[in-house]
Design a protein around this ligand. Structure first.
Ligand SMILES: Cc1cc2nc3c(=O)[nH]c(=O)nc-3n(C[C@H](O)[C@H](O)[C@H](O)COP(=O)(O)O)c2cc1C
Length: 297
C-alpha cells in the first residue's frame, strides 16, 4: 500500500494531510523545490515502518545503513522512527546515532510504543544530545503493544488507541516544523526505578530468550531473515538461535508456523501471555520486514 492510499484510509484526516503531501508546507523558503526529508527507521513488527512510510517516501532502514562505512547524512529534514523498549531506544538505534553524523536544519523523532511511554522522549533527547545529535521535535505514538510477555496480541488489535488521529497530528506538526520535546509521565515509577528497568532489560542472548519447536518448524528461514542481528541460522538440526539479542521479537512474531516462542525468564513466570497470538502491522508485509532487517543472505 502506498503512502497516499494509507493516508486515505485515515479518513477525516486525509484532507488535511493531502495538503502536506502536495508539498504546500514542505517547500523551501527561497525556491520552489520540495524539501528533502529522510526517515531512518527500525522495526520488528511493522508499526515503526508504517509510521516511517507515512512520513516520507525516502526511508532508510537502520540495520541496513549500519552495514555502510560512510555514515554522513544531509537533508532539509531528518527523522527517526523506532519502538520504545523499556522507556528507551533499541540498542541498534543507539549504535546508529552514536556512529553517524546528521546534518539538517530540522531533526525529529517519533517513538512508537504500546502502553506506557514514561519519559522515553526526554530520555532520547538527552541520549542524542550527549552524542551531538540535537533535535527540534520528539513525540511518542501509541500503537499495538507487541511485548509478548505481558500482552495478548488478539486483545491488543481490538483496542482503539487513536493511532490514526495522533499520527495525523504528528505529520502536521512536523510539516510545520514545530519545536516540541514531549514531557514524561513516570506513572508509578521513580526516575531510579525506570533506570533499573532499562538496565535490567539489556543485554541477553537469543539462546536465553528463544525456544524453537522443531516439530512445528518447516525450515522456511523467515526467522533468519527478519533478525536485525543475524542471530538465527538454519542448520541440519533446524533453526539455531544464538548471539547478542535485542529482544525485538521480530523472529517470534513473524514466524508463520508459530514455531518460535519466548522462554520463561523467571521460575514460575510464563514466557508469554498468549503463545497462539502473533502480530504484524496489517499494512506491512513480511517481505518489507525482511528487506529492513536482513543480515544473512
Ligand atoms: C523488548 C520490548 C520492550 C518494550 N517496551 C515497551 C515499553 O517500555 N513501553 C511501551 O509502551 N511499549 C513497549 N514495547 C512495545 C513496542 O514499543 C511497540 O509495540 C512498538 O510499536 C513496536 O514497534 P515495531 O512494530 O516497529 O517493532 C516494547 C516492546 C518490546 C519488544
Amino acid at each position: 500500500m502506498t503512502r497516499r492510499e494509507a493516508l486515505k484510509r485515515m479518513g477525516a484526516f486525509a484532507a488535511l494531510l493531502s495538503l502536506e503531501l502536495t508539498g504546500v508546507s514542505a517547500l523551501t523558503s527561497c525556491s520552489n523545490k520540495k524539501a528533502r526529508r529522510i526517515i531512518f527507521f527500525f522495526t520488528a513488527t511493522g508499526n515503526s515502518l508504517f509510521v516511517a512510510k507515512m512520513l516520507s517516501d525516502e526511508i532508510l532502514s537502520i540495520p541496513q545503513e549500519l552495514k555502510k562505512n560512510d555514515l554522513v547524512y544531509e537533508a532539509d529534514e531528518i527523522g527517526f522512527v523506532f519502538p520504545d523498549y523499556a522507556a528507551s531506544a533499541p540498542l541498534i538505534v543507539r549504535e546508529f546515532i552514536s556512529k553517524a553524523v546528521f546534518r539538517a536544519p530540522y531533526i525529529f523523532s517519533v517513538i512508537t510504543y504500546g502502553n506506557f511511554a514514561a519519559n522515553v522522549c526526554e530520555w532520547w533527547d538527552k541520549f542524542a544530545n550527549e552524542r551531538g545529535l540535537h533535535q527540534q521535535y520528539i513525540k511518542s505514538l501509541m500503537m499495538v503493544d507487541n511485548y509478548l510477555p505481558v500482552f495478548d496480541m488478539n486483545e491488543q488489535i481490538t483496542i482503539d488507541k487513536h493511532t490514526d488521529e495522533n499520527l495525523a497530528t504528528i505529520i502536521q506538526e512536523v510539516a510545520a516544523h514545530e519545536e516540541y520535546i514531549e514531557k514524561g509521565d513516570l506513572g508509578r515509577f521513580s526516575e531510579e526505578g525506570l533506570e533499573r528497568l532499562r538496565e535490567s532489560h539489556f543485554p541477553m542472548t537469543a539462546q536465553q530468550l528463544i525456544d524453537v519447536n522443531h516439530d512445528k518448524c518447516i525450515s522456511c528461514g523467515i526467522c533468519t531473515q527478519v533478525c536485525p542481528h543475524g542471530n538465527l541460522k538454519l542448520s541440519s538440526e533446524g533453526v539455531i538461535a544464538d548471539g547478542s539479542c535485542e529482544f525485538c521479537l521480530a523472529c517470534v512474531h513473524n514466524c508463520t508456523q508459530k514455531a518460535l516462542s519466548l522462554k520463561s525468564r523467571m521460575e514460575g513466570f510464563p514466557g508469554e501471555r498468549n503463545p497462539e497470538a502473533r502480530y504484524r502491522h496489517p499494512e506491512i508485509s513480511i517481505n518489507e520486514i525482511v528487506r529492513a532487517n536482513q543480515q544473512r543472505i
